[in-house]
Design a protein. Structure first.
Length: 635
């Protein structure tokens, strides 16, 4: 089957059907969550802020009516609000029955900006918000993201119909036809290693497509930034996209450090002056013509407020002002876009009306292995060649519908091209993060043993004669008969996952003992940082509470972060502890069967990796059996 070529149109139609299934599944899950899930659970999951304090509302520089809101609840909970996400306001009335009744206000709004416990939300400018301001017990929750799906369906439809360049790329990506290249002598880069250098050269030679495959710690971002920098010697402007806002921020920041003029469409996730200074909104309001535009907009609002005096003159005056405002906006935009060398945004963000008629020679898509294929086509429509970077052996796209997943929705465009055109792929082979023994297992299992460690990290360790990887087998612990604790997983509420309290306690005990071995002064002087990872959110929250309440960790709190695998994506720590949670008699390991997640978890550690898990449950799976044996053999 593999070598028979599927008609791209049929394959895309099939994908559209699967995306429709995913859309329905997510919508249904969202409806259930809205109607059935208790308010506290929503708050705990980070999908709602309640109670909420409402601050001032005003028009922002993009002429959107926005309101400031402040979270009054538990600031420990990490929330899922970020730029561009749709939200709904609600008020909660305690009713006679046990449950509280929730009333939703009949409009949706959009997150414009989040900074800690303060959020700025763009709201419709039609007076509906007044009801929210006068209501009691108000909260805000994430709403179903209809727009992103709209954009993806639209992109698929256009790609299916496409002629010209887009049609050519579509047929190319779905076939074994050779991609076209330019030929020139390789360019040398003294500060890159040989595979990074090869990757940059391959990107520059590509007429159609190139892929940079970067295993953990191999400097994928460095390579990509270099490739973009070199491309800008040949092209005036490029489009740079990624699936998540965080990834867009990360690469934008590196490009700015390289001295490139970046225009970031959308607001950054980490709000600081450096990041804000290259956002479109900040640039727009610091343009010399902005004050004049503001004055005209103000005049338009005042004119509209004088309802009584509406006559012909009123309409003429309004039209004149509106024309003038549009003219200024167009002028400011033209200037901002002509000065920028890189336009950076999320994949869905590339459908922004600001980019309406923009065309680019090249589009660079980072983290391409984490994005649904449909989302990648959104920016590809604007470009004539495509550079993808990522690692299809790390986190896959998030998919809610099991059926759609099984039928192949999870297969990304990057994977498809890697299969059809191995010649356009460069695997980065030198890693700069991990001790050799931590890296070796991942390299053998996922990368055909091709990744090597740079000499300066090969023998990294914190203590002399330390074993870089250990697995603490919780099934070996005998607990007294009358103990309330057991090392078995328990289930907390549907969709919130599993928890293993004894394993959580043990995880912190192990960390405490390791800290005592290293010594307080050294940990603080060298700022040794620790990541505690668990695949289950319930376990993460339980671990966070334990860290917060344990006196021992007080001096080290700023050095310890606890999160899910996805939360650690792209990050690294000196010491990593992984609490696997699963412990049962039937060897059920749930979504730990997705080994790409585990690859991410074990490759976050620079010098020390400690896994806690029930070996009798885990090692029934060949991957975990091999990992367990590999670690045992290190002793």
């Amino acid at each position: 089957m593999e070598n028979q070529q599927v008609s791209p149109i049929l394959a895309l139609q099939q994908q559209r059907l699967l995306l429709q299934m995913e859309y329905q599944a997510e919508k249904e899950a969202f409806r259930k969550q809205t109607e059935e899930m208790g308010l506290q659970r929503k708050v705990k999951r980070g999908d709602a802020w309640y109670p909420l304090k409402i601050g001032k509302s005003y028009f922002n520089s993009l002429n959107q009516l926005v309101v400031e809101v402040f979270r009054q609840g538990d600031e420990e909970i990490e929330h899922n609000f970020e730029f561009g996400k749709p939200v709904a306001f609600f008020s909660s009335q305690p009713s006679q029955t046990i449950t509280t009744s929730i009333h939703y206000f009949p409009f949706t709004a959009t997150v414009s900006y989040v900074d800690g416990d303060r959020m700025v939300i763009a709201i419709p400018d039609n007076g509906q918000f007044i009801d929210v301001q006068s209501a009691e017990n108000v909260g805000v929750q994430l709403f179903f993201d209809e727009t992103s799906y709209k954009m993806m369906f639209d992109a698929l439809d256009r790609v299916m119909k496409a002629k010209g360049r887009l049609g050519y790329l579509r047929d190319l990506f779905y076939s074994h036809q050779q991609a076209e290249t330019y030929s020139f002598a390789p360019i040398r880069f003294s500060y890159l290693n040989s595979t990074q250098e090869e990757a940059v050269n391959k990107v520059l030679r590509a007429k159609d497509v190139a892929i940079v495959h970067g295993p953990p710690g191999t400097g994928k971002t460095t390579t990509l930034v270099e490739a973009i920098y070199e491309t800008l010697r040949r092209e005036n402007q490029v489009l740079v996209c990624a699936q998540s806002n965080m990834a867009v921020d990360w690469i934008s920041e590196k490009l700015v450090d390289r001295g490139i003029n970046v225009l970031r469409i959308g607001n950054p996730t980490r709000v600081n002056d450096k990041m804000l200074s290259f956002t479109y909104e900040r640039r727009f309001e610091s343009h010399p013509d902005y004050d004049l535009l503001w004055a005209i907009r103000k005049a338009i609002r005042q004119l509209r407020a004088q309802r009584k005096h509406r006559d012909d003159k009123y309409h003429q005056k309004l039209e004149r002002l509106k024309e003038r405002a549009t003219e200024l906006e167009v002028r400011i935009n033209a200037q901002l876009f002509s000065e920028a060398r890189v336009i950076a945004c999320t994949l869905v963000g590339s459908a922004n009306r600001l980019l309406e008629r923009q065309k680019f020679g090249s589009v660079f898509i980072d983290e391409a292995a984490q994005a649904l294929e449909a989302a990648c086509w959104i920016p590809i429509r604007r470009a004539s060649r495509v550079i993808l970077a990522g690692d299809h052996c790390q986190l896959p796209p998030t998919i809610k519908s099991f059926a759609a997943m099984k039928a192949g929705l999870g297969k990304t465009l990057m994977e498809r091209i890697v299969e059809n055109k191995p010649e356009v792929v460069t695997l980065l082979k030198m890693q700069y993060r991990m001790n050799e023994e931590i890296m070796r297992f991942s390299s053998d299992w996922f990368y055909g043993n091709q990744v090597e460690s740079a000499p300066e990290v090969k023998f990294r360790s914190i203590l002399d004669l330390d074993i870089p990887m250990t697995w603490i087998d919780t099934s070996q612990f005998e607990l007294p008969e009358d103990s309330n604790f057991s090392f078995k997983e328990t289930f907390v509420g549907e969709s919130f996952g599993r928890i293993n309290k004894a394993e959580a306690e043990l995880t912190l005990l192990v960390l405490e003992q390791y800290f005592e071995k290293i010594g307080k002064t050294r940990i603080l002087d060298e700022r040794l940082d620790v990541g505690v990872i668990s695949p289950y959110r319930a376990q993460v929250q339980y671990l966070r509470r334990l860290v917060k309440n344990k006196e021992f960790f007080k001096p080290y709190r700023h050095l310890i972060s606890v999160n899910t695998v996805d939360g650690f994506q792209g990050q690294e720590r000196d010491i990593i502890l992984i609490s696997l949670v699963r412990a049962n008699d039937d060897g059920q390991i749930g979504f730990l069967r997705d080994l790409r997640r585990m690859n991410v978890a074990i490759t976050r550690a620079r010098m020390k990796l400690i896994i806690l898990g029930d070996a009798s449950t885990m090692t029934r799976h060949p991957f975990y059996k091999k990992l367990y044996e590999y670690i045992e053999a290190l002793d």
